[in-house]
Design a protein around this ligand. Structure first.
Ligand SMILES: [Zn+2]
Length: 648
């Protein structure tokens, strides 16, 4: 999902050439000749949506294999929609810690629920033994995790067939899932197994600040919805059957994914296009669009192509051959979310050429196909591994195509965009959301399991901080090296579940350096970095000038930084400070007086929380003063963007 997506509602000079026309391509089947993943959690689902009562009646057969070395004495399932059942769930209690969510006016039918009516394991009815557990916070009112003790443990390597019937009520949207009018976006919607690990089940309760985690498998899903309603889903359509009762059943199929989401609405219009690249496999793109956005189809396709091209070139190929882009209904709250082979974007009725709505969110959500979809980290615990890597990658991809990127704000209830063409927003600062990081820098150490971050500030650590420390690495060790590290991580961990140390190990391996000291600071601590020029003096000494430059480490974080000293005769000296002491003096005897000093002149350390103290000048010239003024302006602007983003 996006972090403060609307802060990305910035403007680009849109310079893409027209896309190549869609050409005939044999339909994709959702199948691979060789399994790409362990396929240990496979779901065959049949579900019927009653759009009038907003209920779903479903049944599923799960074929699950124990791929650990320990027997499983129970099974644990996520029942995510119970997080939106009432205000006593852990999700809702955490949501109340943040601001801006008023759920008190919801009508009873705008809440959600999911109830398992029967469950059998290997043909034996176990319904009576199911119970709710709350492994994270022992909240007795939380019903988002169901444990099912087994009569016989499932041994390592053994498989079990589990059959579940359930009913669920579709809410008015929570967390991008739900309904408004005849628009339905259905995600996290079926009883879903947690992930069995060597240390037991990893099956967290549903939290307001975190997303999901599950094993890879094969999904074969039949969905019955009102006849004539277009439907989009993970995978590819295999079959469509009109039932003669004004309903149609759509069957979708996909191998080697870890989730399945779908959407239906009578209002969707459909467009298709194709991604082609000399070295990457083609991808059929399907767009389900709101009719009022019909004119923006190509922009969605072009932004998706941007992701498939750059992420494909940098990290590895998108293997599925098809992707579905969903433009959700106005005020649905369903925009900006990722699911395997399908994602929701989000645009506005007035989206003039050059505004990054919908490009920013489209690049980001398409990007999750790589970080989240293909490389499947645990989003409950290590959300930075997908959101952070993806925020960094989004900003990088956007900068390739849509640079320069300008500020836009929306007025009159958000409808009317105004473009500030004289304000360029940089990839490194705005793209990586520096302002949000600066605000929340100490809110949590990144290594804290994500579900335990303070809910309303966790995003700044997950998304912004990671993007900033990755971009800092890029500026420090160089993109070719970082790109090699990230693509090695992608190749090593695709269709598996990497942990943070797996990423750090790959980076250290590829760079050939022990970067533990860096990860100790950016990942394992909440220390902030702040270098600055404390003092700059020029003292006349006979026919010479003595220059005293005192640079200081104001923050707890340490990082090697350059110090650039400029003299009035134009001479420039660059010092390399290891940055570990609290301060350092650089003294010079020169015929010319010193003019200025700057710490980290190339702004390698993007995590520096206060860049305005990084330089001092003795004789401010017009240009220098203007720079200072514009820095102040940018600081004000970032704060303004932040407050504004929090309100919408
Ligand atoms: Zn995201």
């Amino acid at each position: 999902m996006p972090r403060m997506r609307r802060a990305l509602a910035t403007v680009f000079l849109f310079a893409l050439t027209c896309s190549s026309p869609a050409s005939a391509q044999p339909g994709r089947t959702g199948a691979f000749t060789q399994p790409l993943s362990p396929r240990n959690a496979n779901y065959t689902i049949a579900a019927r949506l009653d759009s009038a009562t907003r209920t779903i009646t479903g049944s599923e057969t799960i074929t699950w294999r124990n791929i650990t070395s320990k027997p499983a004495a129970d099974l644990q399932f996520h029942l995510y929609w119970n997080g939106w059942k009432n205000t006593r769930s852990t999700f809702m209690r955490e949501r109340a810690l943040g601001s801006g969510n008023d759920d008190s006016r919801r009508r009873p039918d705008e809440w959600a629920s999911i109830e398992v009516t029967t469950i059998t394991v290997a043909g034996s009815d176990r319904t009576a033994t199911k119970r709710f557990i709350a492994p994270d916070d022992e909240n007795p009112n939380d019903e988002t995790v169901m444990s099912l003790p087994l009569a016989q443990p499932i041994e390592p390597g053994a498989s079990a067939t589990i059959e579940i019937a359930w009913t669920a009520h579709v809410p008015r949207t929570f967390a991008r899932t739900g309904a408004i009018g005849n628009f339905f976006f259905i995600a996290q919607w079926f009883p879903k197994l947690g992930v069995l690990q060597e240390d037991g089940w990893n099956c967290h309760q549903f939290h307001s600040g975190t997303e999901f985690f599950s094993d890879y498998g094969v999904y074969d899903v039949s969905l019955t919805v009102p006849a004539g309603w277009p439907l989009g889903a993970t995978g590819v359509p295999r079959e469509r059957r009109d039932n003669g009762d004004r309903t149609t059943t759509h069957r979708y199929y996909q191998e080697d994914v870890h989730d399945f989401a779908w959407t239906t609405s009578p209002d969707y219009i459909e467009r298709t296009a194709r991604f082609e690249h000399p070295r990457l496999p083609p991808v059929e793109m399907r767009l389900l669009l709101q009719p009022e956005h019909a004119g923006q189809a190509e922009r969605h396709f072009d932004a998706t192509r941007t992701t498939l091209k750059y992420y494909g070139e940098w990290y590895g190929a998108y293997p599925y051959g098809h992707i579905t882009i969903v433009d959700p209904a106005f005020q649905s709250g369903a925009g900006g979310m990722e699911y395997p082979t399908l994602f929701t974007a989000g645009t506005r009725w007035l989206a003039p050429a050059g505004v990054t709505t919908p490009e920013g969110v489209t690049v980001h959500e398409a990007g999750h196909q790589f970080w989240y979809g293909i490389v499947g980290n645990n989003e409950f615990e290590d959300a930075w591994m997908d959101e952070g890597l993806n925020t960094f990658s989004t900003a990088r991809a956007v900068a390739q195509v849509y640079d320069p990127n300008h500020l836009a704000l929306h007025y009159f209830g958000g409808f009317v965009p105004w473009v500030f063409k004289d304000i360029a927003l940089g990839r490194e600062t705005e793209g990586n959301r520096l302002a949000g990081y600066r605000r929340d820098a100490k809110s949590d150490a990144q290594s804290t399991p994500t579900y335990r971050y303070f809910p309303s500030t966790g995003g700044s650590i997950t998304y912004n901080k990671t993007a900033l420390w990755l971009n800092t690495m890029e500026r420090w060790i160089g993109w070719p090296v970082l790109q090699r590290a990230m693509s090695t991580h992608f190749e090593t961990w695709k269709f598996r579940h990497p942990k943070p140390n797996d990423f750090f190990d790959v980076v250290s391996q590829v760079t050939g350096q022990n970067l533990g000291w860096y990860f100790d600071q950016v990942y394992r601590s909440s220390n902030v970095f702040d270098y600055g020029v404390q003092d700059l003096k020029s003292v006349r000494d006979g026919d010479q000038y003595r220059a005293n430059v005192v640079v200081r480490r104001y923050g707890e974080g340490t990082f090697p930084v350059d110090v650039l000293v400029t003299f009035s005769n134009g001479e420039r000296v660059t010092e390399h400070w290891d940055g570990t002491d609290r301060w350092k003096l650089y003294a010079y005897d020169r015929l010319a007086p010193v003019l200025s000093a700057q710490v980290d002149p190339n702004r390698v350390l993007l995590l520096d929380v206060n860049y305005t103290n990084n330089s001092k000048t003795l004789e401010p010239k017009g240009a220098a003063a203007a720079t200072k003024w514009s820095l102040t302006w940018m600081v004000w602007l970032q704060d303004c963007l932040l407050s504004w983003a929090a309100l919408v």
